[in-house]
Write a protein of this length. Structure first.
Length: 189
């Protein structure tokens, strides 16, 4: 009985019926929340994951084909969104660690510079060189680099935002990093 009701509700969702989505949401929210929380270990993240699961269903309702029960589809979606959250969290942690290491390097560099009173000038000049190097990147490369490094977007999010392929995002990021690395490796040789 429940599968038949779910099937009818999902059919209505595909036709744009928000009330049907709300019924499905109320029916499955609590179970999906605890399922996601068990995977990610965080209440707020679990709430976001469940919200994202239902948002994706609504946004992609026309193209979604469910070959199993709606329940199975929802739990699989929540599982995949939970794994994506964990992967993204790992990337953020690595980035934070990298930033912390770079900050420590910069601090020691500026502590040495402080001895001769030049640290502020050096810091400003270094910031200017970084800004100039980023501005001198090709336009698409620069936009993608800023979305990734300054706005914290994932490659998939950048691709969707710019309506380009993930491969293009990866290629442009690699190019940006290579150009910046070449520019600054010459400074520190």
């Amino acid at each position: 009985m429940s599968d038949s009701l779910d099937h009818n509700l999902f059919r209505k969702i595909k036709m744009g019926d928000k009330a049907a989505l709300e019924l499905i949401y109320k029916k499955y929210y609590t179970g999906l929340y605890y399922y996601a929380k068990k995977i990610v270990g965080q209440s707020t993240a679990a709430e976001d994951i469940v919200q994202e699961t239902f948002l994706k269903i609504w946004e992609n309702k026309a193209s979604i084909v469910i070959n199993t029960s709606l329940s199975s589809y929802l739990y699989r979606s929540a599982y995949n969104n939970s794994l994506n959250f964990l992967k993204h969290s790992q990337v953020i942690e690595k980035h934070k660690k990298y930033q912390k290491e770079q900050l420590e390097i910069a601090k020691s560099y500026f502590e040495i510079s402080c001895e001769n009173g030049q640290s502020i000038l050096i810091a400003k000049e270094f910031d200017k060189q970084i800004e100039d190097a980023i501005q001198n990147l090709p336009e698409k490369c620069r936009i993608i680099f800023k979305l990734s490094r300054f706005d914290g977007l994932k490659n998939k999010e950048i691709a969707a935002h710019l309506n380009i392929s993930i491969n293009t995002v990866q290629t442009q990021m690699s190019l940006a990093i290579k150009k910046l690395r070449n520019k600054f490796s010459k400074l520190f040789d």
